[in-house]
Design a protein around this ligand. Structure first.
Ligand code: CDP
Ligand code: CDP
Length: 214
């Protein structure tokens, strides 16, 4: 393989894009970047310094500081940080800084799997494979609910569903890089699919693209 092979995975919260992306990266020997963590890192920096999430200049500063190697998923995975991330991610100047870093990551051989909201549309419009992973809001809320209970936490299904619907509306409705499937993406509705079934369906799509590239 001469040029880096890039797989773009987009989709709403709890659609299973992270789980799928990690497995694809292992399967195909690619690096993996969860781009949501970079927006979460910006939100976390502002929250920790008691700064307003609407403060675009401070958010840009925090975005410049983001180092993918130093992102801690455990610290950044909270519900509060996810909600704040979807608020700071509406600032176009923040997106510009992070998108450049994400593109640099994708350019390195042998290639990468990037997951997020705008990978196929904005970050890597020339990706070799574009997947748009989705599931109904009810299924996604159920997954998040089970995940929280499994980790020993407490949560109400109804509150999680409301949160997912609010985040979908913000991510799909923003002016800059809204969440939407790229025209040339493969749609993977995982509502009735196990993790394994989604992985196998994605592998079939990637294998076809690899055969066409080689
Ligand atoms: O990255 P994203 O927020 O899209 O989702 P995730 O963290 O990969 O998946 C959210 C939860 O759904 C995890 O607990 C997965 O194990 C679970 N999941 C599932 O039950 N069935 C799938 N087909 C995909 C994910
Ligand atoms: O894991 P989950 O899907 O809940 O969220 P995430 O992927 O960690 O993303 C958190 C927030 O960052 C999203 O709600 C988006 O508003 C934003 N985001 C974005 O705008 N663009 C990306 N490429 C990735 C995330």
């Amino acid at each position: 393989m001469t040029t880096p092979f890039v797989i773009a995975v987009d989709g709403p919260a709890a659609s299973g894009k992270g789980t799928l992306s990690r497995r694809l990266a292992t399967q195909y020997g690619l690096r993996h970047l969860d781009t949501g963590l970079s927006y979460r890192a910006v939100a976390h920096a502002l929250l920790s310094a008691d700064l307003s999430l609407e403060d675009e200049a401070q958010a840009v500063e925090a975005a410049r500081e983001v180092d993918f190697a130093g992102l801690d998923p455990l610290v950044l995975s909270t519900h509060e940080v996810g909600e704040a991330a979807s608020r700071v991610s509406v600032h176009p100047a923040v997106r510009r800084v992070l998108v450049e870093k994400q593109r640099d990551f994708a350019r390195v051989a042998p290639g990468a799997v990037l997951d997020g909201r705008d990978i196929g549309t904005v970050v890597c419009p020339d990706a070799d494979v574009k997947l748009y992973v989705t599931a109904s809001p009810q299924v996604r809320a159920g997954r998040r609910h089970r995940e929280i209970l499994r980790l020993g936490g407490q949560a109400e299904y109804g509150a999680i569903l409301a949160d997912i619907e609010r985040r979908d509306a913000r991510d799909m409705g923003r002016a800059d890089s809204p969440l939407r499937p790229a025209a040339d993406s493969h749609l993977l509705d995982t509502s009735g699919m196990s993790i394994e079934a989604a992985f196998l369906a994605a592998c079939a799509i990637v294998d076809e693209a690899l055969a066409a590239k080689n």
